[in-house]
Ligand binder design. Structure first.
Ligand code: ADP
Ligand code: MG
Length: 158
């Protein structure tokens, strides 16, 4: 059995055949502003899969997306007992949070109907709990660097 692991080549692209962007934000306001600028460019039909630990900044990011869609970001809160909150803006915004989703109910969520709606934008917190990756979705991975810093990586699934 091989007991040593060779170091990863630094140039290796962990997500081949995808375009990725990485940002470091230094405050919640910066994360919000980054997401708002993305939200402003959305045309409908986009699915954003937000992943990262509790407190990473997924809801801050969702608020920024909402602001970019012309929705009051203070209306966007972590849906505690509901799975989906719907906000009407320039485009309809579905804010999904799968945190409290029981593992045996991860199938048949009925989200496909939302995904197929090309007039709306969907953002899903705890998207790693989905059992599949919706076609043409955008991954947003948020990692804690320090109390005020986050690394945000964004890439398209192909
Ligand atoms: P999640 O939805 O991922 O559980 P939240 O968005 O609810 O996380 O909370 C993120 C927390 O981290 C907030 O308290 C926010 O003020 C704080 N924070 C500190 N620095 C940042 C940053 N650079 N980006 C986003 N949030 C940050
Ligand atoms: Mg949240």
């Amino acid at each position: 059995m091989k007991t040593t692991t060779s170091p990863e080549p630094e140039t290796r692209n962990p997500k081949p055949e995808t375009r990725s962007d990485a940002f470091t934000t230094h405050s919640p306001e910066e994360t919000f502003a980054l997401a708002r600028s993305i939200g402003e460019q959305l045309k409908g039909g986009e699915i954003l899969l937000l992943s990262g630990d509790l407190g990473a900044g997924k809801t801050v990011f969702a608020k920024g997306l909402a602001a970019g869609l012309g929705i009051d970001p203070t209306d966007v809160t972590s849906p505690s007992f509901t799975l989906v909150n719907i906000h009407e803006g320039r485009l309809r915004f579905y804010h999904v949070d799968l945190y409290r989703l029981e593992s045996d109910s991860r199938r048949d969520l009925g989200l496909e109907e939302i995904f197929e709606d090309s007039d709306c934008v969907t953002a899903i917190e705890w998207a790693e709990r989905l059992q599949y990756t919706p076609l043409n979705s955008t991954h947003v991975s948020i990692d804690y660097l320090s109390d005020s810093e986050r690394k945000i990586e964004i890439w398209q699934s192909v």
